[in-house]
Each structure stands twice: as structure tokens, then as C-alpha cells.
Design a protein around this ligand. Structure first.
Ligand code: GEK
Length: 251
């Protein structure tokens, strides 16, 4: 067995089990190494959303179109799309601006036996070229794009989307009501505790990520998607403060 054939064993995430003042969160090699464990134990619904991306892709992919996974990380959503696309003449592109993620992603894609080719691009999604798309996925990526750059990106995605095509947008959200914000945040932290994170890890991760991951309300997302050129927006999944939406361009 050569090195590239060997499955990568993801490690357990203990990155924030330290009293040290945390630096701002970055998608570096240390995060890439533990990422599958980190996202599964931190994002309620992630393990349901990934297989549903396959189901949605199967419904909306169009022959001869491009499908994009923006912020593909290690390729979990890319592989779900790959397995959902029912046409061999589609092009599937995964894009991420973390070299550590893209390098490992190549390995996971190579281990998967689906024949549809996948192109990986090391790029900023704000600058990446998009055209003739049927399905685009932003699975927990838009939340890391500076808020003032989000509208341009969504306009470009909508413009690149064929009639009848979709954007799958999953995000951590915040709530207009302070009460609901507190309750949903508490429930999210309970979810993390139930998955083995300590109070120290939860609070250190929170400090590291709060300047980097900027959540918005469901209403703000919905309005921006409609203003960007999508015709319908529906929420197909929610667990606590984590939501996945489907933005549809009319036929
Ligand atoms: C999954 N979709 O497993 N340009 C390109 N990539 C970016 C940018 C940007 N401007 N900003 C952040 N990223 C994946 C999970 S993780 C979600 C996505 C999370 C990348 C970043 O490098 C990271 O790999 C990914 O977006 C976000 O379904 O960690 O909560």
C-alpha cells in the first residue's frame, strides 16, 4: 500500500483544551488534521446535512452544467455532490483558500471510487470564476467571509446559476430575540458537552472564533438571497442555531 492509498486517520480535536489565550481561529494544518472530528462534534446536524446535500444535488444537477463546492475543506460536501450528480458530463469543482485543507482534500477525493472527475482550486471564493452552474454549495463557509463581501459573492453565484439551479447555503445563525439567542446558544453548548468537549474547550473556541465567524439572522440571509437574484428561499434543515437553506432560481 503506497502512502497515497492509505486512508487518513482523523485525530481527536483537543486544540482548545488549554488555558493559553487563544489566537484568532485559522484553517491551518493543526485544524485540518482534526477537522472531521471537530466539525462533527461542533456543528449540530452536520452528519445529517452532508448526505442530504447528495439528495438535493441529485434533484437539481443539470446535464452539462458546472457544480461548485465553495469552501470545500476536506471534501465531505464535495463527495456528497459527486455521488449525487447523475450526469457524467457535469463538472465538479471544490474551492478552498486553505492549503492545508486542499492538500488533504486531494487525498480524500483520490480514495473515493466515484468516477466523476473533481477539480480542486486553491482560491478565495470571492474571486473564483463561476459560470453555467446548476448546484452550488456553501456549507458553513459564507459565515467566514467578511460581511461586507457577502452580497457581491451571492450576486455572482446567482448570476452564474442556470434557471432551475440552486444554492445550498448552510450557516450558523443568530436570533433577533435576545431570549432565543441565549437559549439556542446554551443548547448548542450542551450539544458540544454531550460530544465530549469540556467547558474550557467550549469557551476557548468561542473566544478564538468570535472575530472570524460572523453569524447573521435568518431574515438577513433570506433578504440578501432574494436581492441577489434567487427567486425562492426555503429552510430545509435547522438544529438549534445551525440552519441550511435552499435558494432556487426560477425555471
Ligand atoms: C464541509 N464545506 O465539510 N475562500 C475560500 N475558502 C474559504 C474562505 C474564502 N474566502 N473562507 C473560508 N474558507 C465543508 C466545511 S468549513 C466550515 C466548510 C467550518 C474555507 C476554510 O478554509 C474552510 O475550509 C471552510 O471554508 C469552512 O461540508 O469550519 O465551520
Amino acid at each position: 500500500m503506497s502512502n497515497s492509498d492509505r486512508p487518513i486517520e482523523p485525530l481527536t480535536d483537543r486544540l482548545f483544551a488549554t488555558e493559553r489565550q487563544p489566537e484568532d481561529f485559522r484553517f491551518d494544518a493543526a485544524v485540518a488534521r482534526v477537522f472531521p472530528d471537530m466539525i462533527r462534534r461542533s456543528v449540530p446536524g452536520y452528519t445529517t446535512i452532508i448526505p442530504m446535500i447528495e439528495v438535493i444535488t441529485e434533484q437539481y444537477a443539470q446535464p452539462g452544467s458546472n457544480c461548485y463546492d465553495l469552501g470545500c475543506s476536506l471534501g465531505a460536501s464535495t463527495l456528497a455532490m459527486r455521488h449525487g450528480i447523475p450526469f457524467s458530463d457535469c463538472t465538479l469543482v471544490g474551492i478552498d483558500n486553505s492549503t492545508a485543507m486542499i492538500e488533504r482534500c486531494e487525498h480524500y477525493i483520490a480514495l473515493d471510487d466515484n468516477p466523476l472527475p473533481v477539480t480542486l482550486r486553491y482560491e478565495n471564493i470571492q474571486q473564483t470564476e463561476l459560470s453555467d452552474a446548476s448546484v452550488t454549495t456553501l456549507n458553513f463557509t459564507l459565515q467566514f467571509v467578511p460581511p461586507e463581501e457577502r452580497s457581491d459573492l451571492l450576486h455572482r453565484i446567482a448570476e452564474a446559476t442556470r434557471p432551475g439551479g440552486v444554492l445550498i447555503l448552510s450557516e450558523k445563525i443568530r436570533f433577533e430575540s435576545e431570549d432565543e439567542q441565549d437559549t439556542q446558544t446554551r443548547l448548542h453548548h450542551e450539544f458540544k458537552r454531550a460530544n465530549g468537549y469540556s467547558d474550557l474547550e467550549i469557551s476557548q473556541k468561542r473566544s478564538a472564533i468570535e472575530q472570524v465567524l460572523i453569524p447573521e439572522t435568518l431574515n438577513a440571509h433570506r433578504q440578501r438571497l432574494l436581492n441577489s437574484g434567487f427567486d425562492r428561499v426555503l429552510v430545509w434543515y435547522q438544529c438549534f442555531n445551525f440552519v441550511s437553506m435552499l435558494a432556487i432560481k426560477a425555471d
